[in-house]
Design a protein around this ligand. Structure first.
Ligand code: ITT
Length: 195
């Protein structure tokens, strides 16, 4: 088993990474496993910049292979907002209330296009590798499903005819933005032995 540190305080991300990487004999250590509660300031201008800020902070601290995920939702009608601010957008509200609010604002809106994006930055032995996964979907007409986290219950996948939250954990881990980015990472590990 090879070990990587996942630089996140989001336990849902830890769960998804662990499940996806386990079959490839990669053990995902989390900040929780290291009892590390430090907060990294995400003041970058893009998913890529923020992923690097998070990965680099812990890479310097622990000198081991580190991967970070910066991700979010872009809503076309909101000019791609909340984008890199997805975690901070309306964060005085819990996700069910945030999702309701988005649905209320978009009640009569025809353009429902939305994107989930995950950018991964992996650092090892002074080298940097970047991966990105994008999933196109639509803002659903109602809240549906109780798997996943965050905006999953309002992110509708027209091809599958379900929201991301209606997918089982396994199904989400095949089609999500995070899964697509991790697929490239696994490919690099297998083909180019980067881990
Ligand atoms: P870390 O920075 O510690 O990794 P975080 O949750 O703050 O945790 P981000 O800054 O990358 O992570 O923000 C990601 C937000 O985007 C997340 O909190 C959700 O609101 C949303 N998001 C990302 N991936 C998602 C997914 O698979 N399903 C639903 N919402 C997602």
């Amino acid at each position: 088993m090879k070990e990587i540190l996942l630089a996140t305080s989001n336990q849902n991300k830890v769960q998804e990474f662990s499940k996806i990487l386990e079959p490839f004999m990669i053990k995902v250590l989390s900040l929780k496993d290291l009892s590390d509660q430090s907060e990294v300031r995400e003041n970058g201008q893009s998913f890529k910049e923020n992923a690097f800020l998070k990965a680099n902070y812990y890479y310097k601290r622990y000198q081991m292979p580190v991967i970070a995920d910066d991700s979010g939702i872009q809503i076309a009608y909101f000019n791609d907002y909340p984008d890199i601010l997805s975690a901070r957008f309306m964060d005085h509200l819990d996700y069910p209330r945030r999702n309701r609010l988005i649905l209320d604002i978009m009640k009569d809106i025809k353009d429902r296009r939305a994107f989930f994006i995950a950018h991964l930055t992996f650092l090892k032995n002074g080298e940097r590798f970047d991966y990105e996964g994008v999933v196109e979907g639509e803002i659903a007409s109602g809240v549906k499903g109780d798997h996943g986290f965050g905006y999953d219950p309002i992110f509708y996948l027209p091809n599958i005819k379900k929201t991301m939250a209606e997918l089982s954990e396994d199904e989400k881990n095949h089609v999500s933005h995070r899964a697509l980015a991790l697929k490239e990472f696994v490919h690099d590990i297998q083909e180019n032995h980067i881990l």
